[in-house]
Design a protein around this ligand. Sequence first.
Ligand code: UDP
Ligand code: GLC
Ligand code: MN
Length: 331
Amino acid sequence: MGAEIVNVSDSKDFLTEAYVTLATNDGYAVGALVLAHSLKSQGTTRQLCILVTTSVSETVRSVLSNVFNHVIIVDVFDSKDSAHLSLLKRPELGVTFTKLHCWTLTQFSKCVFLDADMLAMRNPDELFQYPELSAVADIGWPDCFNSGMFVYVPSKDTYERLLQHAEVTGSFDGGDQGLLNTFFTNWNRVSFVFNMVASVTYTYLPAYKKFGKDVKLVHFLGATKPWHQRYDAQSGTVRTQSGYEQLTPYLNAWWNIYINLVRPKLPEMDLREAARQSFATAAQLSERIGGLGLGESLLEGRARWERGQVEYTGRDSFDNIQAYIESRLKM
Ligand code: UDP
Ligand code: GLC
Ligand code: MN
């Protein structure tokens, strides 16, 4: 029997601790399923909870209810802040304001929010010992925290104050991260192993070599998600383009869970279609392409990669990578 699917106001569990994630479409819901299986296989003792909007299909919601302890339907919040979002080069991320609903889950005493594009490589349960708001420094601007993972305490009061803050101050990146960072200014920094960005090359390679093996949560930050990649069933590996090799073990781990535990439960699903949903609408894409300097040659792109200047949220996006992979496969 699966978990009951409830509206946010109807849920009444006793106080406990939970991981919380979010999906507003089937693509991110697939990511969330892989994340949940990875947490379970690493032996988490905490509850698993997902916030979904009604744009996640009924079929997928039903599969979610067999894997998560709680599937909670929430309304979409969208910053509609195209000016800041285009600066971030991620026009689709206005809906990440929907994350704010996570503070309403007062049936839990403490939660860890995780983006649906994360994967547990080891059990991260020790995160629950940390106070609100604990997070990892953002690799793009380390004075900010990355909002892909944060430890928080659900509270209706905090929720109301966050909504007010969104109204009055807004978000400097158009998404939840730019909002939360001006609200929680005294955040507690926890180790990078709890939110290691997989989709970049590290310029401090000795540190990656020393600490990389301790990673507990990997984050596939950027427009290209694991479910956008091509899996080669024959070799059992993901085909990554040259320059993205550091991602391979994490992508393979993601796809291994997807193929063995998620796909068999979603026989009717067309992952390519779901991936398109999770990417951007046609209008958003043309906005993105307009602002991205697609004139950059692949060689220039490669050189940028090798200098560690990876625009994981911009030029190195799904469409470009996809086109590149396809051109390589035809060679
Ligand atoms: N998200 C979603 N639907 C969207 C975009 C984002 O449900 O259309 C959720 C999902 O949980 C995702 C998180 O918001 O992991 C943040 O977005 P994303 O991970 O794409 O941002 P990034 O980490 O790449 O900046
Ligand atoms: C960041 C975070 C993501 C957030 C986005 C928009 O890159 O990884 O979780 O939704 O910014 O603020
Ligand atoms: Mn993310």
